[in-house]
Structures are given as C-alpha cells and as structure tokens.
Design a protein around this ligand. Sequence first.
Ligand SMILES: Cc1cc2nc3c(=O)[nH]c(=O)nc-3n(C[C@H](O)[C@H](O)[C@H](O)COP(=O)(O)OP(=O)(O)OC[C@H]3O[C@@H](n4cnc5c(N)ncnc54)[C@H](O)[C@@H]3O)c2cc1C
Length: 447
Amino acid sequence: MSRDVIFDIYDDPGVLLAASVDRSGWPEAVAPRGVVQPRSVEGVRAVLAWANQTRTAIVPRGAGSGLAGGAVGVADAVVLDLSGLDRIISIDPNEQLARVEAGVITADLDAAAGAHGLMYAPDPGSVGISTIGGNVATNAGGLRGAKYGVTRDHVLALDVVLADGTLIHTGRDTIKGVTGYDLVGLFTGSEGTLGVVVGATLRLLPRPARTATASAFFDNIELAARGITAITRSGARPAVLEIMDGATLAAIDALEGTDLRSRGGALLIAQTDGFGAEEELDVVTAALDGAASRIEIAVDQADADRLLFARRRALPALEAIGRPLIEDIAVPRSRLAEAVRRIGMIAAEEGVRIFVFGHAGDGNLHPIIVTEHAPAGAPVPSPAQAAADRIFALALELGGTITAEHGVGRLKRAWAARELGPEVLSLQRSIRAVLDPRGILNPGSSL
Ligand SMILES: Cc1cc2nc3c(=O)[nH]c(=O)nc-3n(C[C@H](O)[C@H](O)[C@H](O)COP(=O)(O)OP(=O)(O)OC[C@H]3O[C@@H](n4cnc5c(N)ncnc54)[C@H](O)[C@@H]3O)c2cc1C
C-alpha cells in the first residue's frame, strides 16, 4: 500500500448497488457513479475540492444504517464513504472528553470510554453499526435519550470539510463556551448538506455506578403510553424509557425466541441509573402501580442486557416479517396515549399493519408500516403511503414533529417543508446556499 494514496475509488457494481440503499429500504435504488473511500482528512479535502470544481454531487455516507434515505447514492453522484476514518484519537479522563474521527463505530467509542470509567451516552438502536459522523449528521437519539438527550447534547467541537475542500474546526474542547454563532449545532443534524464531518470532540460522562431495570407489561399500548405520563409526573428520571406494542413483542419473540408477548399486550422498559438507581426505580414502579398488569425487576445486569437487546432487535424483527416503512414522529409526552390510539385507527381504516415501538420517554414513537416483501427500490404501496401521510399529519396536529431522530433524507422532504413553513424553509435553504453555493452536497436530500 503506497503511503501517498489518500483515497480509494470503487466502481464495482456490487459496491455501487450497496451504496445506493440505506436501511430505510425505500428510495429508488440508482447506482451512483462511484464510491470513494478516503484514507485521511486530506483525502476528503481532495475529493471535495475536485467535486466542487467539477460540480459533481457528493453523498456523504457512514455505515448506511440511516432510515430516511439520506446516504443513498443517486445517479451521477459520488458516494463519499467515511468509514475508513475510524481512529479514536484520544480519550481524556480528566476533561471527560473524546476526540474521534468520523468513521468510528458508536459502540466502539462507548467501550473505549468504559475502560476509563466513562460512557458516551447517545446510543441509537444501531449503536453496534452506526458511525459517529452519521450520528452527528442525523443528530441521532437513542435508548438513553430519556435522561441524556441526543447527539447534539454531547458534541463540543467538530472538524468539518466544507464544500470547496476547506477544513474548519468549530466549537471548542471546553465544556462551556459561547464565542460566535453555534456552528456545531448547525452542522449537527444537517444530514451531509452543509459539510462533511471528519472529526469530533465529544463529551463523556461518568459511567453510572449502578443501573436498575424494570419491565412493565400492560394490557394494551394506550395504557402503556399513559404510564409514560405517570412516570414523568413521578419525579423519577429514567435513563431508558422504551415502549413496544404487542405486535412488536410477538415479532421479537419470533426472531429471538423470547416470550415477551405471552407476558402482556404492551411493554415499557424503564432503566434508572446512578447511585440511587434502585430507589429511583421504586418511584417508577410505584407510578405504574395499578395500571401495569405485571411488573418484573431485572435480577442482574445480564437480565437487563437481554431485555435491552430484545428492544434493539425490534426493527430487525419487523424486517424479517416484511418490508417496513419506518416512521419516526415525536409528540408531547402527555399526548402519547392519544397518538397510539389514533395510529391504531389509521391502521384499521387504511387496512395496513402498523407496529409501534419507540423512545417514548422522549415522546418519540416509531410507527412501522409493514408491507409484503418487495424488491429494493419498489414504490411504496399506496395504502402504506396513505397511512404514513396520516401519521405525519397526526404528529403535527398533536403539536409534534414528523421526524424526531432519523432525519428528513429523501423520504420526508415534502412533510418537512410542511412542518417548517415557507419562511423557515427559505431561511434554511439560504444557509445551505452560503455553505454550498454550487449545490454539490447531498442534492435531493433533506431540505
Ligand atoms: C436497527 C436500527 C436501529 C436504529 N436505531 C436508531 C435510534 O435508536 N436512534 C436514531 O437516531 N437512529 C437510529 N437508527 C438510524 C441510524 O442508525 C442513525 O440515523 C445513524 O445516526 C446513522 O449513522 P450512519 O453512520 O449509518 O449514517 P448513514 O446512514 O451512512 O448516513 C446518515 C446521514 O448522515 C450523512 N452522513 C453520514 N456520515 C456523514 C459525515 N461524516 N459527514 C456528513 N454527513 C454524514 C449521510 O449523508 C446521511 O444523510 C437505527 C437504524 C437501524 C438499522
């Protein structure tokens, strides 16, 4: 391998096909022109400088685990695969921060932090496959979001290559600091449309001394959703507060050989952490007393890990049944029960199967419309699309959002425009034009 090579170029049909889809499965599969994998930041800069000069569309891509059609190659575009920039540069236990390259796998960073008694809190269900760059670009949430928030809450500084190849470092390596506009916040969640993230300084937190975990089963998901409000009002603040309906439990059982569905018609998983974890979990379970049909406390860490692993298998379990159209709404937490009841009505009226799970402690629901297996790139069947449109409308009616964490991508552009309104949309497009005047960064995706 020559030391002068700063990126590798692939045009093998198999590689191009793989880069034309993400885990959403829905956007039309169109092979990109090529896939370029930089070996260094200099490689990223060279590719962008060339692309800007030649007006070549660039689609940044981490692991391709996205669920909004954001990282999919389109005709004539070059997919910029950042997975090769995978170094954890440093973990600083004194400052409680990490410096990483964009292609680091999220779980690898958390494990490396763990060796110092620290944790990287954001943990999307895809934590074992997604990259930090992808997490930053989508402002990913995760299971621990109920207490620890989303990726943006943990990014202190970013290294970003701009559309013309200029490398900037924005933000700072201190916990506080307000000099200038918050460009870190702007790039976080920008879905590869404002610049390419090549590195990040991330906040780490002390790894909780203890965790305590409960599974609360309910007769139906509406009751479980009411339980979220009861927990919120109880004063407890679980780190994890996940909801799953009975159909999702049955799908997980089928994939994993568990017996969750036989224990109830819906499940809330609550995990508290820190020095008073057990005491706080008592407050959570007391809040559910009478409403839950059954409450089980995890006997040990392995028991808790099995439960959370089952939750992480929700999406793969539905992928095994058919083709999922994955939605990602958030509503005010006090309206979760109304949301799940009306999603049930939408399913019945449109004649589609909708499975519901999500990070309900954040008000975030993933209603998943599962259709028959179909070849990649096949259009969304119209009843499923009609149901999805009604779910988006419901989220907005209830004062929520059409995407809580997956992003807009190519799949949710029309509804994002509707949520934002013409003035905000126009302002956001002006910002995009300043940072990418030639429109080379992920065209056709996001706003
Ligand atoms: C089983 C499963 C569970 C999931 N659970 C969650 C969850 O709990 N919470 C959640 O938020 N998401 C979840 N996701 C979705 C997905 O994993 C996240 O959106 C993740 O952040 C994407 O990371 P990635 O590296 O795969 O990015 P990709 O899918 O490759 O890209 C996603 C977007 O980011 C852009 N991008 C990627 N890397 C860069 C970069 N370095 N610079 C600029 N732009 C970039 C792409 O252009 C694209 O728009 C889940 C997905 C799966 C398959």
